[in-house]
Design a protein around this ligand. Structure first.
Ligand SMILES: Nc1ncnc2c1ncn2[C@@H]1O[C@H](COP(=O)(O)OP(=O)(O)O)[C@@H](O)[C@H]1O
Ligand SMILES: O=C(O)C1=C[C@@H](OP(=O)(O)O)[C@@H](O)[C@H](O)C1
Ligand SMILES: [Mg+2]
Length: 209
């Protein structure tokens, strides 16, 4: 630990963006629970000066209930239908936002088609042991409230991996990578996509060497 000194050189070199919204199309983060969609999405949106829309948070606000309550009260199918509608709506919002999806959202063929049409998808690919360490002490994910949550997580990764692989972009995030480093890796990947970032050179020039 570095104690209370929170202002590192890297943080000082990467302030929140003050210019016009940098994204020209929505960027849709996909991946397993614990892959960092919400956390990376939040930091990346501040970096780019665009809104962060988290589909789970939108659903919770609309239903005035937590994801766990919605699963228990209305069932997963109801949640999935709401999730698909919310993502369609977020894709149409302007200025284009960073959209953090829930881990199961990209499994819907209709959602995959809408994302490919309107935006750019990016898979945060994180290995099972890292995912497990991040989610094991959390209780807000109903799919993992089972007698064998690690087994469930492994099964979900096995089943979903080939579908996540359909994303336009893929970033492998390792255990060693800090959140700000993962954000820079995402930025480098999206700067290489034509028509996604305004003035992509601005972003690649600011990357640490
Ligand atoms: N690159 C990273 N390094 C360290 N911790 C991370 C990283 N990405 C995410 N986390 C942490 O892992 C946990 C799960 O992340 P979260 O963003 O909620 O994942 P998701 O939305 O994909 O389920 C959070 O506590 C978050 O702060
Ligand atoms: O993987 C899933 O099917 C889910 C992931 C959760 O979001 P995170 O991926 O942000 O944890 C949330 O949407 C819900 O609990 C279902
Ligand atoms: Mg999330």
């Amino acid at each position: 630990m570095t104690g209370g000194n929170k202002t590192t050189r890297k943080e000082a070199a990467a302030p929140a963006w003050q210019g016009p919204p940098a994204l020209l199309r929505p960027l849709v983060l996909i991946g397993m629970p614990g892959s960092g969609k919400s956390a990376i999405g939040r930091a990346l949106s501040a970096r780019l000066g665009v809104p962060l829309n988290d589909s789970d948070a939108e659903i919770e606000a609309a239903a005035q209930a937590s994801i766990a309550e919605i699963f228990a009260r209305d069932g997963e199918a109801f949640f999935r239908a709401g999730e698909a509608k919310v993502i369609e709506r977020l894709l149409a919002q302007r200025p284009p936002a960073v959209i953090a999806t829930g881990g199961g959202a990209f499994l819907s063929p209709a959602t995959r088609a809408a994302v490919a049409r309107e935006g750019v998808s990016l898979w945060l690919d994180v290995a099972l042991p890292v995912l497990w360490d991040r989610v094991r002490h959390k209780t807000h994910r109903p799919l993992l409230q089972t007698p064998d949550p690690r087994g469930r997580l492994a099964a979900l990764l096995e089943e979903r991996g080939p579908v996540y692989a359909e994303a336009a972009l893929r970033i492998r995030v390792t255990r060693e990578q800090r959140l700000d480093e993962a954000v820079e890796a995402v930025l480098a990947a999206i700067a290489a996509v034509p028509g996604l970032l305004r003035d992509p050179d601005t972003w690649t020039r600011s990357l640490p060497r």
